[in-house]
Each structure stands twice: as C-alpha cells, then as structure tokens.
Ligand binder design. Structure first.
Ligand code: FIX
Ligand code: ZN
Length: 435
C-alpha cells in the first residue's frame, strides 16, 4: 500500500479545510488560523486572581517592568539608588516622561505598552498616563483577567510558583484557590541554585535538611517536592540555571538535581524545565533589570537527556549562540522539548531567526514561544508580536512545501499551529482537555 505523499492526510480533506490553497492564499490562511487558535502560554510570572497581592496589572506596573527600568537608566540621569526611593507611581511617571515623551517608544518593550493602551482604545500620546490610570482603576480583576486572556488569544497560562517564596508560600499553605485558566509550576531556583541561603526555609517547613544536604536531606527534599506537588498540582518543575551550569557535577546543585529533583520528576511524571544561560545580578544596583546572559556549555543538557532517558526535559536557552546547539540536541533526544525565545531572545528579529531554524530542523516538534509576562496585560502585546512575527515565517514554509510539490490545505496549517501552540504542551505536561 503506497501512501500518496502529495495528498494531505489531515482529516478534513473533504471540507474547505482540505482544499489545496493557492500560493497567494497561504499567508492570509496562516494569519487567520494563528489569530483564531487559542494558545497555551507555557511560562509566565502571572498569578491567578486568588493570589491578588502577587498579581501585577495596570499601567503603573506596565511602565515599571524591569525591561523598561533597564532602558530608563540609559536615557535618564536618575541614579538607581534614587529611583528605588520613589513610589511606584513616581517611578511610572519618570519612565513615562523619559521613554514615551522625551524619547520615541521604539524599543520592543516600550512599543508593548503602546500596543496595550491601543488594544483598550486608550490614547497613546503624551497625556496617555492619566487616562490610563483612570481606566485601570475602574477594572475588576475577576472580570479583567479572562478579558485580557481573551484579547491575547490565550486559553490558559502557566504560572511560576516558588514554594520557598516568603510572600507566596503562605498563600498555598492556606489553600489558595485554583483557577481553570492558571496552571502551577514548581520553581526550584532557591533549592538548586542558592541552597546555602534557603535550606533553612525547608527546615522551617518541617523537613530535616542541612546546609550540606547530607544525612536525610535528599530524601527530605524528595518528600518536600512530593508534598508541594500534591498542594500545587504543577504541570512541570522548573529552574533557571547560570551559563556556568555543569552536569554531572559534585556541586550541591549537581547532587540535588541527580538524587532528588530528577527522581521526583520521574516518580511524579512531571517534566523538568531548564532555562539555561542567565548571569544573575551582574549589576545589582538595578535589581531585576540587573541580570545578563552568558553562553552556556550545553554538554550538561546533552548528558541529562542521555543519562535520564525516562525524564522529559523542557529547555530554553538565553544566549543566541546556544540556539542552534539546542535544535541539534533536540534532534538527538526525543525527551527534550525546546521552547520559547526567552527574555533577551524575545525580540522580533531574533524570534524570526530562531523560529526559522527550528522549523527547518524540527518541523512542528517544538514550542515556539512563551510570554514570560510579569504584568497581566503584557500577554496582549507579547502574543500579538509572536503572531505577527510567525505568520510570514510559517507561510513561507508552506509556500516552499507547495512549490516542492505538496499542496497545502487549511487543515494542514490548523494541525501544525495547534501542535506548536497547544498539543506539544498538552502532551508534554499532561495538561489534557482542561487547558
Ligand atoms: O528566570 C526567569 O523565569 C526569567 O524569565 C525571569 O527571571 C526574568 O526576570 C524575566 O522576567 C524575563 O523575562
Ligand atoms: Zn521567566
């Protein structure tokens, strides 16, 4: 039985979805399907409404986003020390004046704020701030959240939850209400990267651990992870790692990863997300804006994928120089899922470059993007940017496929876009229909 390669196997070959598209129709079909398919945002720093105090939203939070703070200090004489003495609204006033009035908001991050105001039909000129403040004051979080996710074309978002965060942990311990559009993640940076500073927090929660992670520490860390997995029902565990990350290693990080985290992920059937390449606090004066990037040695990731074949790894790398290697590693290990254009990679010119090579090397077997949103309304511009950047790239690949002799249908395009922005995540994270 020969399969007819030239004929699409997508189920809807009889309906309009099955009709081969002419080359000029491909781009608009891709754009329509990108905008009509609800995405899953697999990495954000957003919180469900029940985490009210931790949920950042509204114009003052949008303006004081650490991406904009980094840009403020380049265009203003204010010292970081003085900036931190200002109130949130004074900081927002200063950033608005400096980056949106005295300069053109042409950077990706400043354009983002303009796009959010425009999405709410709010003015975007020099006097925008006052009217925006009035508008956001009138919003009720319970109804604002689903509206914003709808505007961003998202069915759900995945949070970043730290069981050792002094502000967040008590909310979970007191039974924070879940929300059907927000899924939890067990974030392990304090355990894997700064054990010396944080082992006592585990001890305070009743786990017999010590500074050297000796004695019962490993089994107690595993008990800690199991307890928090029951409490949070996370869809994966995650950790950001420095550019100097090595594995295997005799360090505490290496030991905790090998003997506690990986076995727990395996037992709990949870993937481990590794975000590799951050150089923390190269300039601590500017706080969250003070992190930078370094090229990592991805042999560590290669060793993890090879030596732990029954663990699943999500990976995003911060350095541009590591992107190609990650693609190649994913061709070697099917327990590795590359995802997103993380942080300093999340700029249209670089998203384009990364996505093109991923499609050429991995087809649709990767997760193109996540928003990393810290402020609720950021998902509106970050996903609009992603849809705008990806439409011509996907269309070009379909045009080439059609030129090479295989007609393309809407059904094909819908299947691939659903896989890229939904089913890869659903299958990898046991998200299933609730996502
Ligand atoms: O480690 C992370 O999850 C990073 O995304 C954040 O730490 C970073 O500050 C950020 O907001 C990047 O967009
Ligand atoms: Zn993040």
């Amino acid at each position: 039985m020969t399969t007819d390669l030239l004929k699409s196997s997508s189920p809807s070959s009889i309906s309009a979805d099955g009709v081969p598209l002419a080359a000029p129709q491909i781009f608009s079909a891709v754009r329509e399907i990108l905008s009509s398919t609800p995405f899953i945002d697999i990495h954000t720093h957003l919180f469900a409404p029940s985490f009210a105090d931790l949920s950042l939203w509204g114009i003052d939070e949008l303006l004081t986003y650490h991406y904009l703070e980094a840009e403020l200090f380049r265009s203003s004489d204010v010292t970081p020390e003085h900036y931190w003495t200002l109130s949130k609204s004074q900081q927002a006033d200063l950033i608005c004046r400096t980056l949106f009035v005295e300069n053109s908001p042409i950077s990706e991050a400043t354009r983002g704020v303009i796009a959010v105001l425009h999405a709410f039909q709010l003015p975007t000129g020099d006097s925008a701030l006052a009217e925006a403040r009035t508008f956001f004051k009138q919003q009720n979080l319970e109804s604002h959240v689903p509206r914003v996710l709808q505007m961003a074309g998202l069915s759900s978002v995945i949070m970043t939850n730290d069981p050792l965060d002094p502000a967040e942990a008590p909310l979970w311990l007191n039974g924070a209400a879940s929300h059907h559009q927000f899924h939890a993640v067990l974030r392990l940076d304090r355990i894997l990267n700064t054990w010396q500073q944080h082992w006592q927090a585990l001890a305070t929660q009743g786990y017999a651990v010590d500074a050297h992670a000796s004695g019962k520490s490993i089994s107690e860390v595993r008990r800690f992870l199991a307890d928090w997995a029951k409490r949070m029902r996370p869809v994966y565990m995650a950790c950001s790692l420095p550019d100097t990350f090595e594995f295997p290693s005799d360090s505490l990080n290496g030991l905790l990863l090998r003997d506690a985290v990986l076995p727990s992920c395996h037992e709990l059937k949870l993937p481990l997300s590794l975000m590799i390449g951050v150089r923390k606090q190269v300039n601590p004066r500017i706080r969250l804006a003070g992190d930078a990037v370094g090229r990592a040695n991805l042999i560590a990731l290669e060793n993890l994928c090879r030596d732990f074949p029954s663990n699943r790894f999500l990976a995003s790398v911060l350095s541009r120089e590591n992107q190609h290697e990650l693609c190649v590693l994913a061709r070697k290990f099917n327990n590795l899922m590359p995802f997103g254009c993380w942080w300093f990679m999340n700029n249209p010119s670089i998203v384009e470059e990364i996505t093109r090579e991923r499609i050429e090397m991995l087809g649709a077997s990767f997760i193109p993007q996540h928003s990393d949103a810290r402020v609720l309304e950021q998902v509106i511009y970050k996903w609009a940017n992603t849809r705008r950047t990806l439409a011509p790239i996907l269309a070009e690949n379909y045009r080439l496929l059609s030129e090479d002799g295989r007609p393309v249908t809407r059904g094909d395009i819908q299947r691939d876009i659903t896989r890229l922005f939904r089913s890869n995540a659903e299958s990898w994270m046991n998200l299933g229909p609730r996502a």
